[in-house]
Write a protein that binds this ligand. Structure first.
Ligand SMILES: *Cc1c(COP(=O)(O)O)cnc(C)c1O
Length: 388
């Protein structure tokens, strides 16, 4: 109910390709397809729009959403911080130029090797949410700074990220004393309202609960200095998303009202909200047929590739074809290139009669798309190039 009110707001944003068909044709000619095109200027613009919408909040880009080197290098150039979860993400961040002092390791359940390797590289901030993890950290890296992740529920989020991680709020104080008894340094709390959160008031509600725990922890003698409000910031797909400005304004006001009296550092871990719109996929129609009264189009990318977000991230990507305003459209099925029958990209988007060889642009391919693609069936994942 609330989400749909927000979606219809005049300040909603719509998914748009970051390049024209003309440029896409050149790039596909040069590099082949499928091809993911990263816009550096869009990344910079989005980063600063978010910084402005959340004044005073340090942004740790969640590398999980897209560890593409072009994107990481661009964000490093803007002095962004980065959220990593594994040695692989550590190396990607290092390669892009991020120094360890700008990294936060947010995985609540790490292998010994993961913890040790990142610690050895100089990462000094980690997250935990249970006693076993606290013990692991005491044993291997007792001198790190810790954030305790709290479980939350964002009612309007498409993807619940507290189903697997986060200490229940009612156990938080007990968990703090367990960690303190181990000599660990707990410096603050983190939470995640869930990904593709469509209602910023979800954050405000969580902030109130966290403030209660914060105060109780302070009374119990803990010295806290960092509040991490996680990710969750939405992006437009086939459905619009609230603007960065309007979404950030609500959170910002909530932070001011609920935590404004404390001299603390506030950080966020945006993944999707930062990178989704910076990447457009160029994919090509490689075949067509008529099956069960419907035109079928086969693309050179599908759900095992860049469209993997359709499965893992429940994303509905818009398909854009050339001159779509002036071509008559009809119901059709758009399929991916593998031999698997589940490799269907779309069944409900009306398209014109596509030619074999023509290009289709898919905007909003920045987050949880390439990141979870695999070369199933011996078909390589899409390459990536950056444009300004
Ligand atoms: C996935 C994840 C993020 C990024 O979430 P978005 O919804 O993409 O902004 C941030 N922090 C943690 C701990 C995550 O697991």
């Amino acid at each position: 109910m609330i989400a749909s009110t927000i979606l219809r707001a005049p300040n909603a944003r719509t998914a748009q390709p970051i390049l024209s068909f003309e440029v896409a044709k050149d790039l596909a000619e040069q590099h082949g397809s499928p091809l993911l095109v990263v816009s550096r200027s869009k990344a910079i613009e989005t980063y600063w729009a978010m910084k402005q919408a959340l004044p005073g909040v340090d942004l740790y880009y969640a590398a999980k959403s897209n560890p593409d080197l072009h994107l990481l290098t661009t964000l490093n150039g803007e002095n962004a911080f980065i959220d990593i979860c594994s040695p692989g993400e550590l190396r990607a961040a290092q390669l892009a130029g991020f120094t360890a002092d700008r990294m936060l390791h947010t995985h609540p359940c790490k292998t010994d090797a993961n913890l040790w390797e990142c610690y050895q590289a100089g990462v000094n901030w980690f997250v935990f949410d249970n006693a076993i993890e606290a013990e692991k950290i005491r044993r291997l890296t007792p001198d790190v700074n810790l954030l305790m992740r709290l479980a939350t529920t964002g009612a309007s989020s498409r993807i619940n990220l507290s189903a697997k991680f986060g200490c229940p709020m009612h156990e938080a104080l007990e968990m703090l004393s367990v960690a303190r008894a181990k000599g660990l340094r707990i410096r603050g709390f983190s939470f995640h309202v869930g990904s593709q959160c469509l209602n910023p008031h979800d954050y405000v509600e969580v902030l109130r609960n966290v403030r209660d725990i914060w105060d109780a922890a302070t009374r119990a003698g803990h010295t806290l200095e960092v509040l991490d409000i996680g990710g969750g910031f939405p992006a437009p797909y086939r459905e619009d998303a609230p603007s960065i400005e309007s979404f950030g304004a609500v959170i910002s006001q909530g932070l001011q009202e609920i935590f404004g009296d404390l001299p603390i550092r506030i950080i966020a871990e945006p993944g999707r909200g930062l990178c989704t719109e910076c990447v457009t996929l160029i994919t090509r129609v490689i075949g067509k047929s008529r099956r069960w009264e419907l035109p079928w189009y086969f693309l050179d990318d599908g759900i095992y590739g860049s469209f993997s977000g359709k499965i893992f991230d429940h994303t509905d990507f818009p398909l854009i074809v050339e001159n779509d305003g002036s071509r008559e459209t009809s119901p059709c099925v758009v399929a991916g290139p593998t031999c698997d029958s589940t490799d269907i990209v779309s069944r409900d988007q009306w398209l014109p009669d596509l030619e074999v060889g023509e290009l289709v642009l898919v905007p909003s391919m920045g987050a949880y798309a390439a990141a979870s693609a695999c070369p199933f069936n011996g078909l390589p994942v899409a390459g990536s190039v950056a444009i300004d």
